[in-house]
Design a protein around this ligand. Sequence first.
Ligand code: PGA
Ligand code: ZN
Length: 413
Amino acid sequence: MKITAITPRQILDSRGNPTLEVDFSVQNQVYRAAVPSGASTGTHEAVELRDGKPAYHGKGVQKTIAHVKKLAKKIKAKTFTTQNQFDGFLLQQDGTPTKKKLGANTLLALSLAFARGHAGKKRLYADLAEALKKTPRLPLPFANVLNGGRHAGTPLKIQEFMVVPVGAKTFSEATQMVSEVYHSLKKDAVQKFGASAGNVGDEGGIAPPLQNTRQALDLIWRAVEENGYSQKMALALDCAASEFYERGTYYVDGKHITPAELTQYYLDLHGQYRFISLEDPFHEESFTEFGVLTRLLRGKAQVVGDDLTVTNPRRILQAKKSCSALLLKVNQIGTLSESFAAAKTAESLGWNVMVSHRSGETEDAFISDLATALACGQIKLGAPARGERTAKYNQLLRIEEDGVKLKLFSLPH
Ligand code: PGA
Ligand code: ZN
């Protein structure tokens, strides 16, 4: 593959912060990719390079643009055939374990644009699946319908309250179920707490002024029941617990509690609400506590590593006994090849894999094709509202037209 032009630009993400987008020209066609950005980021994520200058309150990405321009000369002078080869070149140019020299955002924009260029006229998911030697499968949406924590600014400490349409037969049906529940939930919240309860957080979920977790779960479950989906829908949580951890204790539902008390808190919640997935229940270094809960919930719910594992094969192996599922975020590691390696490592441990967006997103729906190609069966993509979130749902609806089947949910063994 011969890349003839590379154009980087600074665009805005869904929170209105600058981010990097790159265009590749290959045989007179333009292939584009943009980089997302987190708010509750893990300490061990690869480095997101920002300018630190007054413009955009320090969040500009002009440095990444300068890096892309420099790399562009070298890239255009070479011919690359595979993603591995291209990403290998990027890693060699950076040469640091954290990508701090060039920035994970610089590398990711190039890596994803390369994948699109490589696919050419072929569907992106089909080209990726071929390289992975997988049969593409549509993922089940994990829809964050109620936002808390850093994404909402309400007293709710748990960050994400998700519904999962486990009984759906197709992705279209899954989308319909999620959308109907989302709108009922919004209506109920407005009725109960007033018009502002329908305002949304960073991932498009409503952000009502609730005090505790059970209130949120009750409100969501009522919306599920109103639509007659209680047998076909399940709940899932992303606690993002690093955000409410301080010096050995967790502050949740108005109380400071110990890790052991938090474990019991999750078990009690599971007893009542039967959630099927629990992400980052403890702070990002708590390998042991994660492991205890994973064992206690085995066969009942998957325990997902996000800030703990940061899509990094080394951290995933370290967390071998700590989780039963991987949250896969391409910008946590910085290249597509390394994201594939992370998924492979997780699979080799018998874990499930969930591809994920970030709270700061763009219109780029790369992750929809990625989740389909990985055939991992799970994608976290926010509420079925706001353009940067619906872009992902809509791409999956288009992929379904090709006859790709939805993968059914199953718990890790
Ligand atoms: P982030 O949140 O994108 O702000 O990190 C998503 C998550 O914690 O999963
Ligand atoms: Zn998370």
